[in-house]
Design a binder for this molecule. Structure first.
Ligand code: MRU
Length: 360
């Protein structure tokens, strides 16, 4: 069974239920976010993480924001709260395109709704605050449902890249925990498994926060897929020995030319894959593309706290006061990507022309 990482419970007065990913795999615990501040903290501290899951959660965050409206607040106040809340949530993590995409989509829908009530009396305008909240929830639900469907399609479009009796390598977690559905890179794995193919998945542990060892390994084990965890510095040696037939990862933001940001370490894998003639695939929904930027050089890279590097499972592993550099993502160049798999199909040898054609 595929884990449901993000779930809205109830109507406009409901709450967001998350699987607390900080505690996996030792504990499977649900976290209830009942206000936007709690959700901000959950995103920032990676209780919910992965580009699509962050986007879906943020959309529901705007429903939580609407709960602050009082019965005397009308449409204009609702739109104001929405804009402020979207701005606040968008400052939680800077790299994943899906966050900005989802917030903007909900905000636009709310404005459309407000624009469709031009002649309302002041009394009607008051109850419109509630109607606006309902419109926001409907859009968040639509984003959720579309994500579930996009994940499934990505898997179906990509499973042919997993050859029978092959070994693939993945990095970080691009599974159900990172989306509303069955993941992106792992959706490809799940669909190949569903077809009865036999294959092995190697999973990089993914320092510093170990999303590979903690989350991807957990998901694949639950699904009874053959999985082996390796340390991040082992991938090159496995490729040298011919143990890896393909690399498949997710992405947090893809530029117009096909350059793709993903978890730190992905770039290094792409260079190793090129050196060893191993095809490197990215699996991501169209909501991860940012056509406003031309290349990966323009993607903002999140810098995270030094403690993530200087401690391991709460044990100090570096001297006090040591300098630390901790970028959370890096950028793989389009020329090193054999194909990007989306819900619409496959972009082989991505470049500005075929990315634009694919998304048109
Ligand atoms: O910092 P994280 O754990 O949010 O980083 C997640 C990744 O890099 C994933 O590979 C990416 O978001 C793709 S998720 C389908």
């Amino acid at each position: 069974m595929i884990v449901q990482a993000v779930k809205w419970v109830g109507g406009v007065d409901g709450f967001l239920e998350l699987v607390d990913q900080r505690r996996l795999p030792a504990e499977f615990v649900k976290l209830e976010c009942r206000n936007i501040e709690a959700l901000f903290e959950a995103i920032k501290t990676l209780a919910v993480r992965g580009a699509p899951a962050i986007g879906v959660s943020a959309a529901y965050g705007l429903v939580l924001a609407m709960q602050k409206l009082t019965s005397s607040d009308g449409l204009q106040q609702g739109l104001k709260v929405l804009a402020q809340s979207a701005e606040s949530l968008s400052s939680s993590r800077p790299t994943a395109a899906n966050l900005f995409w989802a917030l903007e989509r909900v905000r636009r829908k709310a404005e459309e709704f407000a624009g469709s009530q031009p002649g309302a009396t002041s009394q009607e305008l008051q109850s419109a605050g509630r109607l606006l909240a309902e419109a926001v929830l409907a859009e968040a639900n639509a984003i959720y449902q579309e994500d579930v469907e996009m994940c499934r399609r990505i898997g179906q479009n990509g499973e042919t890249f997993i050859k029978p009796n092959s070994s693939i390598l993945t990095h970080c977690n691009a599974g159900a925990l990172a989306t509303a559905g069955q993941g992106t890179a792992l959706s490809v794995v799940f669909e190949a498994h569903k077809k009865g193919k036999k294959f092995t998945v190697y999973v990089d542990e993914t320092r510093p926060l170990l999303q590979g060892a903690r989350l991807t390994a957990w998901e694949l084990k639950q699904a009874e897929i053959d999985v082996t965890v390796i340390c991040d510095n082992m991938a090159g040696w496995l490729m040298k020995q011919g143990k890896i037939d393909a690399v498949i990862t997710g992405a947090d933001r893809i530029a117009a030319n096909g350059d793709a940001a993903n978890k730190i370490g992905t770039y290094g894998l792409s260079i190793l894959a090129r050196e060893h003639s191993v095809p490197f695939y990215i699996a991501a929904p169209s909501s991860t593309f940012d056509l406003d930027i031309n290349s990966g050089a323009e993607i903002p890279i999140e810098q995270r706290a030094a403690e993530e590097v200087t401690t391991f499972a709460k044990t100090q592993i570096a001297p006090d006061g040591i300098n630390v550099y901790n970028p959370a993502f890096d950028v793989t160049e389009a020329r090193d990507i054999a194909a990007i798999i989306t819900e619409r199909g496959v972009i082989e040898n991505p470049n500005a022309e075929n990315v634009s054609e694919h998304l048109r």
